[in-house]
Design a protein around this ligand. Structure first.
Ligand SMILES: Nc1ncnc2c1ncn2[C@@H]1O[C@H](COP(=O)(O)OP(=O)(O)OP(=O)(O)O)[C@@H](O)[C@H]1O
Ligand SMILES: [Mg+2]
Length: 232
């Protein structure tokens, strides 16, 4: 297994074409190691979500290459890309996006169902749900839990396939300050416990305290000198 789980090589993203084209990212280069906890920060419209969507293989760059676990993802066709994404990447969004007519446990199991690897999944889901403090909520329907609990269900769902990289776009953006603090604490402790890489977009950099690296984006570029290894 390569030590670097993600290599971003000179990517550029242009939305649209002609007069209406928007250059959302340019000249983006960086490498991420296994187990790192990384923040992507920058003002609104700077390109954070675009970058996260590229890393998450939800959209392809206009130029450049993205290597995940040593595989150049530009060589994968759309079918291979979606199964690769499902096995290597876990996603957490600002809104937990749970299916309300399924229980907490069923929501967590969805990625395993899609992957067709249900063997042992229920026990693994139970263990993870216990880790995030939701062992008593497993049989509840997803629309009957609180916002903070729903986000913890979404975190568990992102982890159930044991992804190499967990990606989160403003995971605390829709939470009150106490739930946000709990969520940050949980993400950091899961990162240490599972040795999985976490890459998190946030507008609230101080909320996350010490991290391994901060990538600051301004007008679609990494701000010079601020791709830093900070504070450890
Ligand atoms: N699907 C799209 N089509 C056209 N332009 C887009 C699209 N998505 C994003 N953009 C543009 O690309 C730029 C970067 O947007 P992006 O969503 O990545 O910013 P962001 O840093 O995540 O902002 P925010 O903090 O507000 O979420 C912006 O100028 C935005 O208008
Ligand atoms: Mg965004």
């Amino acid at each position: 297994m390569p030590d670097s789980v993600l290599k971003i090589c000179n990517i550029e993203k242009i939305y649209g074409e002609g007069d209406t084209a928007v250059k959302a990212l340019q000249n983006i280069n960086f490498t991420v190691k296994r187990g790192e906890f990384i923040l992507i920060v920058g003002s609104s419209g700077s390109g954070k979500s675009t970058l996260l969507n590229m890393i998450g293989l939800l959209d392809r760059p206009t130029k450049g290459n993205i290597l995940v676990d040593g595989i150049d993802t530009s060589t994968l066709d759309d079918n291979h890309l979606s199964s690769f994404r499902n096995s290597k990447l876990g996603f957490i969004f600002q809104f937990s996006n749970l299916l309300s007519d399924l229980t907490v446990l069923e929501n967590v199991l969805l990625p395993r169902k899609i992957q067709g690897t249900m063997g042992g999944a229920i026990e693994e889901a139970r263990i993870l749900l216990k880790t995030v403090g939701l062992e008593t909520q497993m049989s509840k329907f997803a629309n009957k839990v609180s916002g903070g609990q729903a986000q913890r269900v979404a975190i568990t769902r992102a982890l159930i396939n044991k992804p190499t990289i967990v990606l989160a776009d403003e995971p605390t953006g829709n939470l009150d300050s106490i739930s946000a603090e709990t969520t940050v604490h949980l993400l950091k402790s899961l990162n240490r416990k599972l040795n999985q890489t976490f890459i998190i977009v946030t507008h609230d950099r101080p909320q996350f305290g010490e991290v391994d690296k901060i990538i600051t984006i301004k007008d679609g570029r990494i701000v010079e000198g601020e791709l830093e290894t900070s504070m450890i």
